[in-house]
Design a protein around this ligand. Structure first.
Ligand code: SF4
Length: 396
């Protein structure tokens, strides 16, 4: 936006030449400020900024080009300055790009770990560098904080596969059967749930729920593949819903066969949101935290992470001796979050995520019940011998 009143005022108070340059400078500043507010003009990449971000560059240089870095580094410095100024914290999910994960994330990890950190933090503003259901979970655990998501369209195929009304119908059809819901769901769905679970503790939660309710079956929704993989790890019968993560669903056994043919020594690690045939063909299966631990502890020479692309990029910074090999699939929802819209979120304190009080209280009970269970000693790995035994689930 051009600000003509500044130019005229400057022209009246100086001789014509100096007034011209002063007006030009003020005009330029005015344009830069307005453009920055709208997210268009890049900030300058100075020697100071280069020095201040050198440690981050060292972590991301295998995934970010020097040309991109000239745009990223000034934004990283500005975002970190805004966080201090506004007492804000950024929760960066494992699937964020490395510039976000290593550059501005105050807490990094999976969605539940992030929400728990948000609750412990004394920050007044939380920016969720992740997708919408994660921001809702943060709000559920930190109702007094302002929770922002940089892009309201950052959704999730799994979370949008089911609604609270669907869960009420499922409960009508299966009275007395406990409902375990994956954390990758909306607050509306969590509110209809007896207890939540993550991919790391799903087996433990299912067995706890069956014992607590005195049943031999449990409703585990909405991820069909997680449900099928859990069913192979337990004697509890599983009732499942046909929701899928569009990222993990795309992997095929042929992808793994191709990888093994090209890199015979590579170890293959799969996420339990993948179809059961993928776990059958893998060397290890577990949550993102379990994969991280596996790589850190065993330091394989070559590894294939069957999950979202950025996970490998982010783990690689901590494991420089390991070669990370594709395939990976990109989550289009996670990739809506950028340094630029995180910057805009902090500047304008947008977009605030709220949850109705009634839903919030009931959703918190379901999440809190899971948090109150004794934590596993380490993120659970899926037993691959059991993972290769076919077990039927009842699909709703
Ligand atoms: S990776 Fe899958 S589960 Fe995670 S946000 Fe993307 S679509 Fe949803």
């Amino acid at each position: 936006m051009l600000n003509f009143s500044i130019s005229r005022d400057a022209g009246r108070s100086r001789n014509s030449v100096s007034a011209f340059f002063e007006a030009q400078e003020m005009l330029t500043l005015s344009i830069r400020e307005d453009d920055m507010a709208d997210g268009f003009a890049p900030l300058a990449f100075t020697a100071d900024i280069e020095a201040e971000t050198a440690a981050v560059w060292d972590k991301v240089k295998h995934h970010v080009t020097p040309m991109e870095w000239r745009l990223h580094a000034p934004l990283i410095v500005e975002i970190n300055r805004l966080k201090r100024e506004k007492n804000a914290a950024i929760l960066a999910h494992n699937y964020m790009t490395p510039d976000i994960f290593h550059g501005v994330g105050d807490f990094v990890g999976d969605s539940l770990a992030l929400a728990k950190e948000a609750a412990k933090s004394d920050a007044k503003i939380i920016v969720q560098a992740g997708v919408h259901f994660m921001a809702e979970t943060s709000k559920v655990l930190s109702p007094e904080k302002k929770i922002l998501i940089p892009d309201l369209l950052a959704g999730c195929s799994l979370a949008s596969s089911i609604t609270g009304a669907d869960v009420r119908l499922i409960k009508e059809r299966h009275p007395g059967v406990p409902v375990v819901t994956y954390v990758n769901t909306t607050a509306d769905v969590k509110a209809e749930t007896d207890i939540c679970c993550t991919s790391a503790n799903a087996v433990q939660v299912v067995e706890w729920a069956a014992k607590e309710w005195g049943t031999d079956k449990v409703i585990l929704i909405p991820d069909e593949f997680l449900a099928r993989n859990v069913a192979r790890q337990t004697d509890v019968k599983i009732i499942a819903w046909a929701g899928h993560c569009e990222v993990h669903k795309r992997f095929t056994p042929q992808d793994i066969a191709d990888m093994r043919a090209a890199w015979p020594g590579a170890e293959v690690l799969a996420h339990p949101e993948c179809p059961a045939e993928i776990l059958e063909a893998s060397d290890f299966a577990g949550s993102t935290a379990a994969m991280n631990d596996y790589v850190a502890a065993r330091k394989p020479a070559q590894v294939v992470l069957i999950t979202e692309c950025s996970m490998a990029s982010n783990v690689q910074a901590e494991s420089p001796g390991t070669q990370f090999i594709g395939p990976c699939n990109m989550c289009p929802h996670m990739k809506r979050i950028t340094l630029q819209n995180i910057y805009d979120a902090l500047v304008h304190e947008q977009y605030e995520v709220t949850v109705d009080a009634d839903i919030l209280d009931r959703a918190r009970q379901a999440v809190q019940r899971m948090i109150d269970l004794p934590p596993p000693a380490a993120p659970a790995r899926y037993d691959l011998v059991k993972a290769r035994h076919h077990v039927d689930v009842e699909l709703i």
